[in-house]
Ligand binder design. Structure first.
Ligand SMILES: *[C@@H]1O[C@H](CO)[C@@H](O)[C@H](O)[C@H]1NC(C)=O
Ligand SMILES: *[C@@H]1O[C@H](CO)[C@@H](O)[C@H](O)[C@H]1NC(C)=O
Ligand SMILES: *[C@@H]1O[C@H](CO)[C@@H](O)[C@H](O)[C@H]1NC(C)=O
Ligand SMILES: *[C@@H]1O[C@H](CO)[C@@H](O)[C@H](O)[C@H]1NC(C)=O
Ligand SMILES: *[C@@H]1O[C@H](CO)[C@@H](O)[C@H](O)[C@H]1NC(C)=O
Ligand SMILES: *[C@@H]1O[C@H](CO)[C@@H](O)[C@H](O)[C@H]1NC(C)=O
Ligand SMILES: *[C@@H]1O[C@H](CO)[C@@H](O)[C@H](O)[C@H]1NC(C)=O
Ligand SMILES: *[C@@H]1O[C@H](CO)[C@@H](O)[C@H](O)[C@H]1NC(C)=O
Ligand SMILES: *[C@@H]1O[C@H](CO)[C@@H](O)[C@H](O)[C@H]1NC(C)=O
Ligand SMILES: *[C@@H]1O[C@H](CO)[C@@H](O)[C@H](O)[C@H]1NC(C)=O
Length: 539
């Protein structure tokens, strides 16, 4: 702790310089780019900041990033395009600050982009830096104000919580735009954001509170209504109890539940393929799985108590006053959910958030989580981390655009929460879907897990490894660019499922994911793997 204090104090006591008089322009001469990159570190002047180094990284390099916290589980990243990599720290108070990197491609499109973070981290998203710089964006990413995936740095340090809630990313954007201008000798033309999960929340935080930061925002699976989400993630343990509790449902039993969910809901979209296109129309009832009285310890049926557990998992979380805290776990991804959320263990992010950001009490016991805790966290709402403002008029007036998307097989953040936010914006602003379409569009992406993967057509260009092409119709980031720069607003997001999730094996099928409030329905004829055998219909 002492070390950290002195680090930030020394950063702050460095001479403060506003802006920079140095300007650099890039030619197509690689040698020139190389030497400008080496020189920039000593010439940049970043307010409250210290530039650690700048280095040219050639396309194809497997870059080692040894300083990254081990919990971030990233020690190397393949860099697809020639970039100038700049690493710096920026103090945000005398006891907090962020680490950030800017990756400036030699083949710059004039576009700036910030990535975000995930979970409670704490980790520069190198995948995002690599992906987006290779598409010609001048890209930045921060560690969101602390190192590693855990919440301990929040303990008794509200400045670190403030960084995590909004300040680290906003600071990274302000600094990143300045570095971009200083390096290339001209300001960016358009500014973008791409993030998922906590990164999705950060995108909406910018939309709500810093609308000038971006011309376009891709916000995936957003962790919005954040304290309530955190309560919800932790409350499953209070439903299931530990693994030996009579209310606990075992993994083989969840497999049975999943088959029953599919039996009840898979056909509702007109085609049985293991994918529930839109869980909004699935009201699953597990009663039929109740064991006959004589049965014991079966994996193919549930005790009455276990049926109640399953019903509770698929019900909205309410506090003791009956107020909605957070929507249900949506039916579909229950087997993965059972491994992560209903596994009879405390959910680590919930434990850390309540211990270190809400109560400043490392002995707080996650088994005791209850209505008072949901209410306390929502009331304290540190630095408005909920990110639930329904007024997006800053975005609307500025002409910025938001693409919001959510995988309907998300097993970490309920996909039911995304339409809830959309409706909240609609009612707060008094705008219909047609009117929201001008600046805010929401797509539910079927069969897609938490940000990536799944049985469905989950590759929408959201990150490396989830890319079929850079065509706007099948790449969510390029769709945003096309909307912002050419006015071509997306009607669908075409997702791709690769054979065995391996691009080199070819395309298994594609699906055009619908814009809310429509849902996808098989037409009843035609190859179900073809997008035009499906139609976006009213709910
Ligand atoms: C590229 O830039 C370097 C350094 O600025 C210069 O020495 C060299 O002549 C340039 N090469 C070409 C082909 O323009
Ligand atoms: C990059 O290097 C790391 C070790 O530093 C290694 O684990 C990884 O496989 C390498 N990636 C590629 C694509 O070579
Ligand atoms: C976070 O990690 C960076 C290296 O990436 C290091 O320079 C910095 O001191 C660390 N910050 C804290 C608060 O430990
Ligand atoms: C620099 O730090 C000071 C003191 O913490 C703060 O008031 C100021 O806003 C910071 N500047 C920037 C650009 O973040
Ligand atoms: C840090 O800043 C706070 C308020 O900005 C001030 O109260 C405190 O004394 C400062 N601490 C140190 C060690 O400078
Ligand atoms: C630079 O980008 C353009 C389009 O963005 C692309 O056509 C070209 O191949 C790229 N050149 C290099 C050297 O990457
Ligand atoms: C559950 O019971 C088994 C067998 O008695 C035991 O090994 C295990 O530790 C128990 N688990 C918990 C969480 O109490
Ligand atoms: C229940 O059955 C499983 C195997 O199906 C066995 O491992 C377990 O010990 C049994 N539990 C009880 C309480 O009988
Ligand atoms: C969060 O939960 C509280 C109850 O603990 C509720 O009053 C509030 O409306 C919820 N907020 C959101 C954004 O869901
Ligand atoms: C796909 O994976 C399965 C099992 O993992 C394997 O049996 C099959 O051969 C793979 N198909 C191809 C085309 O590689």
């Amino acid at each position: 702790m002492r070390l950290e204090q002195s680090l930030w104090t020394s950063l702050l006591s460095a001479p403060l310089v506003v802006g920079s008089s140095a300007h650099y322009s890039v030619t197509n001469n690689d040698t020139n780019f190389h030497s400008k990159c080496s020189a920039i570190a000593s010439k940049l002047a970043v307010e409250n900041g210290t530039v650690h180094f700048s280095e040219f990284v050639a396309a194809g390099t497997n870059l080692s990033v040894p300083d990254t916290d081990p919990s971030c589980t990233q020690s190397a990243i393949v860099v697809p395009a020639d970039v100038c990599r700049i690493a710096l720290s920026v103090a945000t108070s005398n006891r907090s600050g962020l680490v950030m990197e800017a990756w400036l491609p030699s083949n710059w499109t004039g576009r700036f982009l910030s990535g975000g973070n995930g979970g409670l981290n704490g980790c520069v998203d190198y995948n995002s830096l690599a992906y987006t710089s290779s598409l010609g964006f001048s890209s930045v990413g921060t560690n969101n104000g602390h190192n590693g995936t855990g919440g301990k740095p929040f303990l008794n340090n509200a400045d670190v919580v403030e960084d995590f809630a909004y300040r680290a990313m906003h600071t990274g954007v302000v600094v990143g735009k300045q570095i971009t201008e200083d390096f290339y000798g001209k300001a960016h033309d358009k500014s973008y954001y791409l993030g998922c999960s906590t990164g999705g929340r950060q995108g909406f935080k910018a939309a709500q509170d810093f609308p000038d930061d971006f011309d376009g925002i891709v916000s995936g699976a957003p962790a919005i209504s954040f304290t309530n989400l955190t309560s919800w993630s932790g409350h499953f343990l209070t439903i299931t109890g530990g693994e030996n509790s009579s209310s606990f449902v075992t993994m083989p039993q969840w497999v049975t539940v999943h088959q029953d969910v599919l039996k009840q809901c898979d056909h509702l979209d007109g085609y049985v393929d293991g994918i529930i296109e839109d869980p909004r129309i699935c009201q699953y009832d597990p009663s039929g799985l109740t064991c006959p009285a004589s049965t014991t310890n079966s994996t193919s049926c549930l005790t009455a108590k276990q049926v109640e557990t399953v019903k509770a998992v698929f019900s909205p979380l309410l506090n003791d006053d009956g107020d909605l805290v957070y929507p249900r776990f949506q039916p579909g991804p229950e087997v993965t959910g059972a491994a992560i959320l209903f596994n009879g263990q405390p959910f680590p992010y919930t434990t850390d958030f309540f211990r270190y950001a809400i109560y400043n009490d490392p002995s707080w016991d996650p088994v005791t989580l209850g209505s008072d805790d949901y209410n306390n966290a929502a009331r304290l709402n540190p630095f408005n981390i909920q990110t639930w403002k329904g007024d997006l008029s800053g975005i609307q007036q500025r002409g910025s655009k938001i693409i919001h998307w959510h995988g309907t097989a998300d097993f970490i953040i309920s996909s039911d929460n995304s339409p809830r936010y959309y409706e909240h914006v609609s009612s707060t602003m008094g705008l219909s879907s047609d009117e929201l379409d001008d600046f805010y569009r929401y797509f539910s992406v079927s069969g897609t897990g938490h940000c990536t993967g799944g049985n469905g057509a989950h590759a929408i260009g959201q990150r490396t490894g989830e890319v079929n092409s850079y065509e706007p119709k099948e790449n969510v980031l390029m769709a945003l660019v096309d909307w912002v720069e050419n006015g071509n607003a997306p009607e669908t997001l075409i997702g791709t499922k690769f054979v065995n999730n391996t691009q080199s094996l070819g395309v298994e099928f594609q699906r055009a994911h619908c814009k809310y409030p429509k849902r996808n329905q098989y037409k009843g004829e035609g190859d179900p793997k073809a997008i035009d055998s499906w139609a976006c219909v009213d709910l």
